[in-house]
Write a protein that binds this ligand. Structure first.
Ligand code: PLP
Length: 400
């Protein structure tokens, strides 16, 4: 029986599956069980920032696993590996963020941020945005404005509200005396790579300070050089000082890991027992994350990504010139890029046609395809990916 048949029989499936079983990967390439090669423009949902099987990551895993994987009494005891990561992160985080804690997934980091914001402010309302995505735990689902299947899980956590992303007056009007925090992605990723005006975050940060509301910035998809800055919030002309910033995905290059950082004043209001978890900040994940973050910094990856991103966006514009009736708006910052097609049906068709040609892309709801290659992607690989995409588009046009 094939892997696909076994998974179909014994695994729970919450999504539409692509009928390939990925066996291995190297750099931007992956291979399925039958030896077919694919160019990965998904990075496993924007995670594998250094590509697949990067020796830096495998070495870090092996070396740390040979020492220790999980501390005795977990977080009760200190860890050299965790200390190293904390030091490394302090060199890249926004200056006002004084302390970090670690989690195992983006949703878990956001969940903790929301929970702690409620404790610190003594209030419960979270203002979020339409089309946002912050995770699938109950807290995070209750502040995600982009899911269309949440009704079946109702009632959600009460009192939260959603305003259009980038609409400052709407956000301002939504904040009231019950509001604990505002949670925002710097660029909406799952929402289809939505980029706000340059000054939006400066206004939001000012407003939150003025009203005594915490600002939670979710850099889970946009952080760690993905958008051509170390954190996407750095695109703002004004320095933004979040009260809490959450991180995940690229932080450990594919090893499951996440984090949140808080300002000194938030930290002062946290107490023992407020948060924790068996695997939080385990030495193995910390060693991998420290290696990845160090590498991104040493290689000046953000600048490289900005250049690669421009090359990719140029290529997408050239494709639109060839298929003006097929390709709609194109959006991107660094290597977080998206383009719209006329319908979700077309997105499915183009995604399938790309797969057949050896290119993996990320279909997103609302007629959007996202291109999120590993940050180490070369211009030759981007050109190859666009060539495969063009062939996929051409085949769909022909059949249309
Ligand atoms: C902005 C953002 N926040 C949170 C999450 C949830 O992260 P995870 O899937 O690791 O729980 C995601 C995942 O796509 C995300 O894009």
């Amino acid at each position: 029986m094939s892997s696909i048949e076994i998974e179909d029989r014994l695994g729970i499936t919450f999504c539409n599956r692509q009928s390939i079983a990925i066996e291995s990967g190297e750099g931007c390439l992956v291979w399925d069980e039958d030896g077919n090669e694919y160019l990965d423009f998904t990075s496993g949902w924007g995670v594998t920032c250094l590509g697949h099987s990067h020796p830096l990551i495998t070495d870090a895993i092996i070396k740390q696993a040979q020492k220790i994987i999980q501390n005795p009494n977990s977080g009760f005891t200190y860890s050299p590996s965790r200390a190293k990561l904390l030091e490394t992160l302090s060199g890249v985080l926004p200056d006002n963020l004084a302390k970090c804690y670690f989690a195992n997934s983006g949703a878990e980091a956001n969940d903790a941020a929301i929970k702690l914001a409620r404790k610190i402010t003594g209030k419960s309302k979270i203002v979020s945005t339409l089309a946002s995505f912050h995770g699938r735990t109950f807290n995070t689902l209750s502040v995600s404005g982009g899911r269309d299947n949440t009704e079946q899980f109702l009632p959600a956590l009460e009192g939260n509200c959603f305003v259009p992303f980038g609409d400052f007056p709407a956000l301002s009007a939504a904040i009231d005396d019950k509001t604990a925090a505002v949670i925002l992605e710097p660029i909406q990723g799952e929402g289809g790579v939505r980029i706000p005006d340059d000054e939006y975050f400066a206004w939001v940060a000012f407003l939150c300070k003025e009203r005594g509301v915490l600002l939670i910035i979710d850099e889970i998809q946009t952080g760690f050089c993905r958008t051509g800055k170390f954190f996407a919030i750095e695109h703002s002309q004004t320095i933004i000082a979040p009260d809490i910033m959450t991180m995940g995905k690229g932080i450990a290059g594919g090893f499951p890991f996440a984090a949140f950082a808080v300002s000194a004043s938030v930290d002062k209001q946290l107490n023992k027992g407020d948060h924790g978890g068996t695997f939080c900040g385990n030495p193995l994940a910390c060693a991998v994350a420290a290696a990845v973050v160090n590498y991104l910094q040493a290689e000046n990856m953000a600048d490289k990504v900005a250049r690669s991103g421009n090359f990719m966006i140029d290529g997408l514009h050239k494709l639109r010139d060839k298929y003006p009736s097929l390709i709609g708006p194109i959006r991107g910052k660094g290597l977080l890029c998206a383009f719209e097609l006329g319908s979700d049906h077309l997105v499915t068709k183009v995604t399938e046609a790309a797969l057949i040609r050896g290119l993996l892309v990320t279909p997103t709801r609302n007629r959007i395809i996202r291109l999120i290659p590993p940050l180490i992607v070369t211009q030759a690989e981007i050109a190859k990916g666009l060539e495969l995409l063009e062939s996929a588009l051409a085949s769909v046009v022909t059949r249309h």
